[in-house]
Design a protein around this ligand. Structure first.
Ligand code: IPE
Ligand code: IPE
Ligand code: MG
Length: 246
């Protein structure tokens, strides 16, 4: 059998097909201006459109953004409810534009804890854009990687219990089929804004071989130009996937 060297080649030249962004720093952006944190979230939500629009120009087919984590419920009730209102407003305001621009929208995360009105809007946006293929935008909402793996494991165990899956057939390709991201490729590049260098429970399984970029910019100041520079830098990374240069 011919050896597959495609993943152990030397210099990277292509764009990252899938970029995942931890949009962090909204609160600090607002605090720096003496504004309530929610103003930072509003400013942050407005940045998304430009980044989505930039994707096709820089060869990014999949963009995944972290909007609300399973841990973010720990924030004050007023911040959490402000964010939930903002998510509903964002979907209503952006739906038509996203559909028109050929963006296919998906949501990942556990919907059970989200309110019915929001879930309905999420379902409708997914349906409205399901035939689009220009850019695939995935919004992680009430998403936590550990929670995702736990939910996936439950479904996997259920399939074993009913005889649909044999224990002997479980391999490393099995679990991803049960993750919320089952239809998505793994991210090539994970970006976090605001200077924090941690993952905060985002795409743990999926980012096993991702490249990482931690940038100091606060999310509401993130721009198409910064995004383009990050994508450019990715192209000179040497991804070896455990192999060696040939
Ligand atoms: C990211 O910004 C948005 C969410 C987590 C919802 P933050 O709200 O975490 O902003 P900082 O980190 O407090 O500045
Ligand atoms: C991660 O940011 C979650 C999102 C960007 C939605 P956080 O601000 O919640 O992460 P920590 O608390 O700094 O780790
Ligand atoms: Mg933060």
């Amino acid at each position: 059998m011919a050896q597959d060297l495609s993943k152990s080649s030397s210099t990277q030249t292509s764009s990252p097909a899938h970029v995942a962004i931890i949009m962090d720093g909204n609160g600090r952006w607002a605090q720096l201006r003496g504004q309530p944190r929610l103003m930072g979230h509003r400013a942050g939500a407005k940045r998304i459109r430009e980044i989505v629009q930039t994707c096709p120009n820089v060869g990014v087919k999949y963009l995944t953004i972290f909007a609300f984590s399973t841990e973010n419920w720990k924030r004050t009730q007023s911040e959490v409810s402000g964010l939930m209102t903002l998510f509903r407003q964002y979907i209503k305001r952006e739906a038509r534009n996203l559909a028109k621009e050929g963006v296919r929208v998906r949501f990942i995360g556990d919907r059970v804890r989200l309110d019915d009105k929001l879930v309905k809007l999420m379902d409708e946006l997914e349906q409205l854009t399901e035939t689009n293929d220009r850019v695939h935008l995935t919004i992680a909402l009430n998403y936590g990687s550990r929670d995702e793996v736990a939910r996936a494991t439950k479904r996997l165990a259920h399939d074993v219990a009913i005889g649909k899956l044999l224990v002997a057939d479980i391999g490393e390709e099995t679990l991803p089929k049960y993750l919320d991201t089952c239809v998505l490729p793994d991210p090539d590049l994970v970006v976090r804004t605001s200077g924090e260098a941690r993952i905060s429970n985002f795409l743990l399984w999926q980012s096993a071989y991702s490249e990482y970029e931690f940038v100091d910019t606060l999310w509401p100041d993130f721009s198409a130009e910064i995004f383009e520079n990050i994508v450019d830098r990715f192209k000179s990374r040497d991804r070896r996937f455990g192999g060696i240069k040939v």
